[in-house]
Design a binder for this molecule. Structure first.
Ligand code: GLA
Length: 390
């Protein structure tokens, strides 16, 4: 069992007097393909070595107790309380998953559920999907059901969209549940078909946290999504194109006058980004990392200028990273407006890269950035399948 799982099992037992079943769900980083998921496009995320652990044990009654070891808080809820909607706090994520599982027809009795995580919050590494998927795995085991990957991802997304009220796409929940060690995942967000792609062994994925916090559940993520959807509606009405992923730049130009300049620019980012993900897949398959790095650089410019969802600190980080020896590519990752950059760096240069980026960033912003050298990890399903892994 992982240290994290073991520690949570211990505190669960102390609090509830029962041992429970332990599950782990990772965080994720997206290599390329940003804000493309909710219009049926392409993304290329991978799971990383930060996790949410969940421990669940049954209760005699039908109450549901959600306990956060991180916040040292717990809340006890019955069905009427869960069904009456969110409480605008951390428990909305796990409670929303139980609500969503019920909608899926999964039945279960009361339980005690402990959660603990080491995923940096508000950093764009999907702490919320990690909590959702860990909860889903735990409650499914209590209910004695196993659902396929697509279902788990879809119901967790539904919890986030309809219960928590964050308008996210499917990428995070899908990769957090379905990732495979040593592989990046290219996901078609319309069909949910995916490829597992190898990253060269001599390349490291370095995540640098700008320390500027973002939250998907509030404000700007949603307003970008509205602008995108307004543009997509025009394409649908005028040209019969259902999803942005089927549109070309020429299509977009044809209907430019019928949408706001903001919608035009956001849609332009998405159309060019989808094309970049497809080329990035080819680059990975042929081991052309230079090409992959150039695509990351283009993706950042597009996210910054057309999608207008970067920020000064993150742009600084990308600029600093791009000039370091051994840096193959650098860009913002996740929902935007702060959070982390993802950098592909030659393994032999990774240590110096981290030191140089931290020191230059601190010099210009006064901020100490957290850096994580990562490799692609297993998702929650693979972890649950490996005996003793949790
Ligand atoms: C957040 C959302 C995802 C996706 C990314 C941007 O992480 O949860 O669905 O839209 O932002 O690519």
């Amino acid at each position: 069992m992982s240290k994290q799982g073991e520690a949570l099992q211990h505190s669960h037992q102390e609090r509830f007097g029962q041992a429970g079943r332990v599950f782990l769900a990772p965080a994720r980083v997206n290599l390329i393909g940003e804000h493309t998921d909710y219009t049926g496009g392409f993304v290329m995320p991978m799971a990383i070595g930060f996790h949410t652990a969940a421990v669940i044990s049954p209760r005699e009654d039908d109450r549901m107790v959600f306990r956060s070891a991180n916040f040292d808080e717990e809340i006890e809820l019955g069905w009427p309380a869960i069904e009456s909607g969110r409480r605008r706090q951390w428990s909305d994520y796990p409670a929303g998953v139980t609500w969503s599982l019920r909608k899926e027809g999964v039945t279960f009795g009361g339980f005690n559920l402990s959660l603990a995580g080491d995923v940096p919050l508000g950093a764009g590494l999907s702490s919320s999907a990690s909590v959702e998927v860990a909860t889903a795995m735990a409650v499914m085991s209590l209910a004695n059901v196993s659902l396929p990957l697509e279902k788990i991802a879809t119901l967790c997304r539904r919890a986030e969209n309809e219960y928590v009220g964050a308008k996210s796409g499917i990428m995070d929940q899908f990769v957090v549940a379905g990732a495979v060690k040593h592989r990046a995942m290219m996901l078609d967000c319309r069909s949910l078909a995916f490829d597992l792609l190898p990253l060269p062994e001599d390349v490291r994925v370095v995540i640098v946290n700008s320390m500027v916090k973002h939250a998907v559940a509030t404000g700007e993520y949603g307003s970008r999504r509205d602008e995108v959807e307004a543009g997509q509606t025009v394409l649908r009405k005028e040209l019969g194109i259902e999803l942005l992923r089927d549109a070309t730049l020429a299509d977009l130009d044809t209907v430019r006058s019928k949408m706001t300049p903001e919608s035009y620019a956001r849609c332009k980012h998405i159309i060019t980004e989808n094309a970049r993900v497809l080329v990035a897949r080819e680059a990975l398959l042929s081991g052309d990392m230079k090409r992959f790095g150039l695509l990351m650089a283009e993706a950042h410019v597009s996210f910054r200028d057309d999608f207008a969802a970067s920020c000064e600190e993150v742009d600084r980080l990308v600029e600093i990273a791009s000039r370091q020896p051994g840096c193959i590519g650098a860009r913002i990752t996740g929902g935007g407006f702060g959070g982390c950059t993802v950098n592909l760096v030659s393994a032999s240069a990774a240590e110096e890269f981290v030191a140089a980026v931290r020191s230059e960033y601190a010099k210009v912003t006064g901020i100490n950035a957290d850096c994580f050298v990562c490799a692609p990890e297993d998702g929650a399903l693979a972890l649950a399948g490996k005996e003793g892994a949790a």
